[in-house]
Design a protein around this ligand. Sequence first.
Ligand code: C2E
Ligand code: MG
Ligand code: MG
Length: 686
Amino acid sequence: MTLRILLIEDDPGDAGLIEAYLRPARFSGQAPQVMIAASLNEARGMLKERSPDLILLDLALPDSAGLATVSTVHGLAPGIPIVVLSGHRDAEFEAEVLEAGAQDYLVKGEFDPEHISRAIRHARTRARLEARLKLQDAALRAVANGIVITDSDAIIQWANPAFTQMTGYELEEALGRKPGDLSHSGLNDPSLYENLWRTILAGQVWRGELVNKRKDGSLYNEELAITPVRNAQGVIRHFVAFKQDISERRANEEKIRQLAFYDVLTNLPNRRLLLDRLQQALASRGRNHRPGALLFIDLDDFKGLNDTLGHDVGDLLLIQVARRLTECVREGDTVSRLGGDEFVVMLESLNGTLEEAALQAEMVGEKILAALNRPYLLNGNEQRSTPSIGITLFNTSHDNIEELLKRADLAMYQAKEAGRNTLRFFDHTMQARVEARAALESELRRGLRARQFLLYYQPQVDGLGRLTGAEALLRWEHPSRGLVPPGAFIALAEETGLIVSLGHWVLEQASRQLVAWAKNPGTAHLTLAVNVSARQFRHPDFVDQVLAIIDHIGANPHRLKLELTESLLLDNVENTVEKMTALKARGLGFALDDFGTGYSSLTYLKRLPLDQLKIDRSFVQDVLQNTNDAAIARTIIALGHSLGLPVIAEGVETSQQRDFLASHGCSNFQGYLFGKPMPAAIFPSA
Ligand code: C2E
Ligand code: MG
Ligand code: MG
């Protein structure tokens, strides 16, 4: 390729000289082709038509002069190397000329053919390099990704506008600082940085994701690739980081997740997420064996409400139902919406046996029934809605998910058939038990109102067989079941809280009995033991209530003894001691009932202000046959002695049992041998 040179020179002498100089020159082995323009105007046309490869430019033209000539020509032919031919040497001017776009500056009369050829060659090379640099610079600036160049100490040397846009830091602010100092959020795992440095110092590219902080403090997700750059000697001197703000991508992923797993209207987990969690629950259940429950909830006549009040109002109802359901369950439980007016609640990690789990699930079900029965305020109008609930339990990893849902759904339909606004269990025996329990509960309440309860009294005697008092034992005179023993209803009364009013009544009745006994010299000395259950004792007002009853009825507190069990005493010892001390201050006594059946801790026992230990009936029963029971009974008696507490044995049915216990130091007795529990009317007097 022939090099085409445009010589812009108005002086024909100079032009001729330069032409002559160039004649022997060879560029890439070829003689150049020289065109001459005698004015800027003429050059303009030639630049356009002849597209020269290089310009030799005289700065004193008839139609242009000085620096402006360089700028104009450079503007007309950007990228084409210019060698200026100046009339005089002036270092300052020379610099300006190069700045204006020329590649070299020769002073007329000071160069020979050799000079000019070299100047042309260098100008071409320089122009090529400059063009490439310019292109790279423009490209780096234009790239949408943030680019940061640091030295090997991670000090920022350069960054592009996209970096400024991403981080909020101008180039000037970033220069001389480290990227980490600028954007450290504290949210990335330190091991991430360790790995990053290990990788790039080993000369490899590190790719990863960071959560970084912008200048304004906001956070963003950054996808980052850092490339080490080696110098000619192979030493790592720089790092180039290529950054991309992927916050939006992350936000979109989150949005997709939200859409895929959550119900748009209520924000509850949808069917897919429910099935996923159910799957996990079943898998983990195989390990820890704790049962769970599914409650299938369907609103009664939701369609009717939707049709009459419109979908918008229907939606409002669903949103409120979702909120109420969520309030009915614990943290780890799942409330989901399958669609329409169908919700499923999954209870995880219920306690104990399937039957206990059923009771817990039922309690949650009842809670949901009550919560969803409360009136709704929809668009300013009060509306009512009720649910039907189907419950099924699960506890093995063999349970099939779809099958479980179907069971809960079936149970829900049974609830609908049973008249709606109710709950049903899938399992018939569960259902039967839950129903029996519910019936018993309402009968208990009714019984309490209808005064179906009464106290029996069982004699207690001393070592000589003399009557010292009695234990009051509760009986329920059920209209159809007859006399019901406490074993059949005390636990339920505890669970439902009914024990508090029941216990209140027992204390009143016992106090009245003491008052009655006090009137008769034959019974005035008798003490009365009353059983107190845990829930009753734990009630914050227990002490005040007991004292109020005694005062109101006018019983002698010194004749009243409360029987507490080990488990009750050891749960929250501080509070127990406090209550016992308060009551003891008024003269009441305390017996430790069923002693030996729990996990008595002697250290605690010493701290409790007790008056009596009661050997449980189960040890007395076989005390003559079973050496183990005999050893326990003896130990309890010895323990009582060491604590200075008298011991009473309950359930003594034979004189041999009494004699054995007496021979080991037991001082008091209770049992069929001395009298069964009986109504007050036939209770003996001394
Ligand atoms: P407990 O306090 O250990 O009562 C002793 C139980 O043993 C009574 O059963 C009594 O009838 C029975 N018993 C007494 N002597 C003999 C005997 O020689 N042989 C046999 N086989 N049994 C004997 P009961 O009346 O069925 O009471 C059972 C439990 O119910 C009581 O155990 C007590 O924990 C609870 N209970 C009874 N009344 C009340 C009450 O008013 N309030 C509370 N919270 N619990 C009560
Ligand atoms: Mg008792
Ligand atoms: Mg007992």
